[in-house]
Design a protein around this ligand. Structure first.
Ligand code: ZN
Length: 203
């Protein structure tokens, strides 16, 4: 008897849990002045309402955006620019461990009316069992656990947020297998991301 695996995209949001994405990677940095599409990225730190338990995020936002551009996006004519740095006080999102299995739904509902539709919105959290979550398509929201910000999980989630589904090609940024090898986008994926960006009223 043969079994067929049917993958249905029932959920608008995808939770991307990966185990071996801790492996450090080296990608040659490429920067370009010839960019066809750019998008501003707002970085939103999620904090709890109790001030004494708030996390300190030691993220160098400029280095984060620079790494994404140099390692993944500039070579395809896509540029990310740093937007606003914000804080969101939200207890549900802050400790996603309380919402195991429900992360995508919680993220979707808790940020529904808050995000800037003209930008890429990256929510940074510390406490989650999932490495990252992203919306697909014209809904540029991604949530990334801070320890994954400098791994290929970050461009993977941005890819989702710019309309990309998973790829079966090994080494592709949108691959679910061997996440530490994620490196490339296909031409079709680049076109799709650029088309999504065109539809966004930038700035
Ligand atoms: Zn994914």
């Amino acid at each position: 008897m043969k079994f067929f695996t049917v993958v249905l995209f029932l959920f608008f949001f995808i939770s991307c849990t990966v185990e071996d994405d801790y492996v450090p990677f080296q990608i040659e940095q490429v920067f370009s002045d010839d960019l066809q599409q750019t998008i501003k990225v707002d970085i939103i730190y999620v904090q709890p309402s109790i001030t004494s338990s708030q996390s300190s995020f030691n993220l160098d936002e400029t280095a984060f955006i620079q790494n994404l551009n140099g390692s993944f996006f500039h070579r395809y004519g896509i540029g990310l620019e740093i937007g606003d740095i914000k804080t969101l006080v939200n207890d549900e999102l802050y400790d996603l461990r309380d919402n195991s299995g429900e992360e995508s739904r919680v993220f979707l509902t808790q940020t529904q009316n808050l995000y800037n539709k003209n930008r890429m919105n990256i929510y940074v959290v510390k406490r989650a069992h999932t490495s990252a979550i992203a919306g697909i398509g014209k809904d540029q929201r991604a949530l990334i656990t801070d320890e994954f910000l400098f791994t290929p999980t970050a461009p993977h989630e941005i890819g989702h947020a710019l309309g990309l589904f998973h790829s079966t090609i090994e080494g592709n940024v949108m691959s679910k297998i061997r996440p530490h090898m994620r490196k490339d986008f296909t031409n079709a994926q680049v076109d799709q991301m650029k088309n999504t960006m065109k539809k966004i009223e930038n700035f």
